[in-house]
Design a binder for this molecule. Structure first.
Ligand SMILES: Cc1cc2nc3c(=O)[nH]c(=O)nc-3n(C[C@H](O)[C@H](O)[C@H](O)COP(=O)(O)OP(=O)(O)OC[C@H]3O[C@@H](n4cnc5c(N)ncnc54)[C@H](O)[C@@H]3O)c2cc1C
Length: 408
């Protein structure tokens, strides 16, 4: 029998953050995960010398809880450019936030797919989401993202040619049914932060967090089969604890805690392609002509370490964790957007990720203190579907656990 003060089930970002906060002299903490490594959804594989994150994901320096959890400088973030390239009617149109790059005003005005009113509305929206305080975004009445964009008065042209193509890759839903409260928080972090990937892949983030856990027992390859307020049972061991935190993805939480209300999740597929060296720009590309993918990005343009010398690495993502029927045409899309012959675009690997993001519909309730039958619950789905949300949920559950064991 392994006996702990606190056991955390799940060593994703939520569980790792909980473990960080629980590190106190004399407090015995166990962190259990079914996988062979920490990090959960934030994972990276190296395939034939290419650094392949499990799905295209980025780290945002504007996340306050991330800055509390790690020293960002240690991550050596390789930044992406702010903006998107829209491929439409065979031409590239570059849209940037002119407040961040005043030299881009003329090209952005030409590229922006909407009328002058749309441009003003976009400016007002950016100003609104980037105010210092966040309270107005968290407390405004919540509707779906598509309804919010319409209520803000955007024309269907700018919705269909900019907002939907961009946001469907953020929310992992083409219909934009996700909570506007979440979307406006995400837009806020895009406007206020720098977006990037650690030079050697996103797994550097959970690895850095795990390396800060000096007094925590980490049990990997340990699939938990049942939990109760004071006990955890895995395939081949039993653990006891004063407090148990379940910090798994929503689907796993449903399996471990009968009767819990946890959202469904949206899936995504990312296909990773090797190409000859492109010497390209690290900017998101949206293909309005093909419309098979939600976005593409040249990862090696941000961090050369993602591809071996002489090659580039392109991530092409689409919604749904399944291979689309015309998957072979995604390589053609990559070739078209990057000006290559299709034969020069070679599939390395395809990640199909069913539980990528919790499907949070309006009204989104933030800061839910979840405790079911004495078991504390964390995970991005209890807060916001993001790195920030996962970290905040872990910290909150840990604070609650500290008070339960008399350490607050
Ligand atoms: C493709 C993709 C792209 C993303 N892009 C971004 C982005 O750009 N920006 C952003 O902010 N967020 C992004 N996210 C979301 C972000 O990665 C997640 O919100 C966050 O990592 C969730 O962390 P978590 O700890 O809540 O859950 P998880 O990472 O899912 O961790 C849960 C852990 O529980 C473990 N577990 C489950 N069941 C058991 C069991 N029975 N026993 C033991 N262990 C168990 C799992 O193995 C896992 O390690 C993206 C996610 C994906 C998948």
């Amino acid at each position: 029998m392994n006996s702990y003060d606190v056991i955390i089930v799940g060593a994703g970002l939520a569980g790792l953050r909980a473990a960080q906060v629980l590190q106190r002299p004399g407090l015995h903490v166990g962190l259990l995960d079914a996988a062979a490594q920490v990090g959960g959804r934030v994972a990276t594989d190296v395939v034939d010398g290419f650094v392949i994150d499990r799905g295209f994901q980025i780290i945002n320096t504007a996340y306050p809880e991330l800055r509390a959890a790690v020293d960002l400088a240690t991550l050596s973030l390789a930044p992406f450019e702010r903006g998107v390239v829209l491929r439409h009617h065979g031409a590239d149109h570059v849209v940037r936030d002119p407040r961040q790059d005043p030299r881009s005003i003329a090209t952005t005005l030409r590229a922006f797919p909407g009328n002058a009113q749309d441009l003003l509305r976009a400016g007002r929206l950016i100003t609104r989401v980037s105010r210092p305080s966040v309270t107005h975004l968290e407390t405004a009445p919540d509707v779906s993202t598509i309804d919010a964009l319409r209520e803000l008065g955007f024309t269907s042209r700018v919705i269909e040619e900019l907002w939907r193509p961009f946001l469907s890759g953020v929310l992992l839903r083409d219909d934009l049914a996700t909570s506007w409260r979440f979307t406006s928080l995400a837009l806020r972090s895009f406007v206020r932060g720098t977006l990037g990937v650690p030079a050697q892949g996103v797994r550097a983030l959970p690895q850095l967090m795990a390396s800060s856990l000096a007094n925590v027992d980490i049990h990997l390859s340990t699939r938990v089969r049942s939990v109760s307020a004071h006990a955890v049972r895995s395939d081949d061991a039993s653990f006891s604890a004063k407090v148990v935190i379940v910090a798994t993805e929503a689907a796993a939480a449903r399996g471990l805690i009968p009767g819990i209300s946890a959202p469904e999740e949206n899936g995504v597929t990312t296909s990773w392609f090797a190409t000859p060296s492109l010497n390209g720009t690290p900017i998101l590309r949206l293909d309005l002509d093909g419309r098979r993918t939600t976005n593409m990005v040249d990862m090696s343009a941000a961090s050369p370490a993602y591809a071996p010398p002489g090659s580039s690495l392109i991530a092409a993502s689409y919604n749904g964790a399944r291979r689309v029927e015309d998957e072979h045409r995604v390589a053609e899309d990559v070739a078209r957007l990057y000006g290559l012959a299709t034969a020069d675009v070679q599939l390395i690997v395809r990640n199909e990720i069913p539980h990528a993001l919790p499907d949070l519909r309006p009204p989104l309730s933030l800061r839910r203190d979840l405790s079911i039958d004495g078991v504390l619950v964390a995970g991005d789905w209890t807060e916001t579907p993001s790195i920030q949300g996962a970290l905040v949920s872990g910290r909150r559950a840990a604070r609650r656990a500290l008070s339960l064991v008399g350490e607050s």
